[in-house]
Design a protein around this ligand. Structure first.
Ligand code: GTP
Ligand code: MG
Length: 198
């Protein structure tokens, strides 16, 4: 899929104030700093469209971007950011959970995982919660450029094996680097394929 246009629409703390249009929506979630906003910029070829930072906790709102005038990309706040206060963490959790549970236009949630890490409890629990609530999701490994190709493959295979101990079936899995622009076509084609079925 070609990206012909990508525009910021609106930021929200409340899913009820998100755009009223019925366009299909694809949202990015994962731990703080995993690279959600960077991936949106890479996919849209627009650096600075979604705000990024080397410090975790940059994105604190639900951000809608209109792509090709016919679908939305959504940048969400990260979870698991230890140094934010308890109240802030709870507020963010409410924002994220209510968006995911009640936003009917949400077509697929991309759950981002740093490709260097072994499965973390917080991510596994989050996947379980998605499964329990019937939320369609795919896994996106990020920051592939931070390792050699061999190490990256090993790390992602180990991750798959661990998940298979818990689940019989795994969701679709993508490997990406925003830095090296890896995985762009695969993700955009996946979105296009789903859009065509709607
Ligand atoms: P929050 O909004 O805080 O939840 O973070 P986020 O998940 O949106 O992460 P963000 O895109 O802001 O990126 C966090 C840091 O990781 C930034 O310093 C990015 O430059 C860096 N980063 C993101 N993706 C990649 C990647 O593919 N490769 C490398 N090397 N760095 C990356
Ligand atoms: Mg962000």
């Amino acid at each position: 899929m070609d990206i012909k246009s990508a525009e910021f629409v609106i930021s929200n703390t409340d899913f009820r104030k998100c755009p009223e249009s019925q366009l299909p929506e694809y949202a990015f979630i994962g731990r703080s700093n995993v690279g959600k906003s960077s991936l949106i910029n890479m996919l849209t070829n627009k650096n600075g469209l979604a705000m990024t930072s080397s410090k975790p906790g940059k994105t604190l709102l639900i951000n809608h971007f209109l792509i090709n005038n016919n679908w939305h990309l959504v940048d969400l706040p990260g979870y698991g950011f230890a140094t934010t206060g308890k109240k802030m963490r709870e507020q963010l959790q409410t924002i994220i959970e209510s968006y995911i549970l009640y936003r009917e236009q949400l077509t697929c949630l991309f759950l981002l995982i740093d490709s260097r890490h072994a499965p973390q409890k917080i991510d596994v629990e989050f996947m379980t919660w998605l499964g329990e609530n019937g939320i369609p999701f795919a896994i996106v490994f990020t920051k592939l450029d931070k390792m050699s190709a061999v190490k990256a493959k090993e790390s992602m295979n180990a991750y798959r094996e661990k998940l298979k101990e818990i689940w019989e079936e795994l969701p679709p899995i993508f490997s990406t680097s925003s830095e090296k622009r890896i995985g762009r076509d695969e993700l955009l084609n996946y979105i296009e394929t789903i859009n065509k079925t709607l």
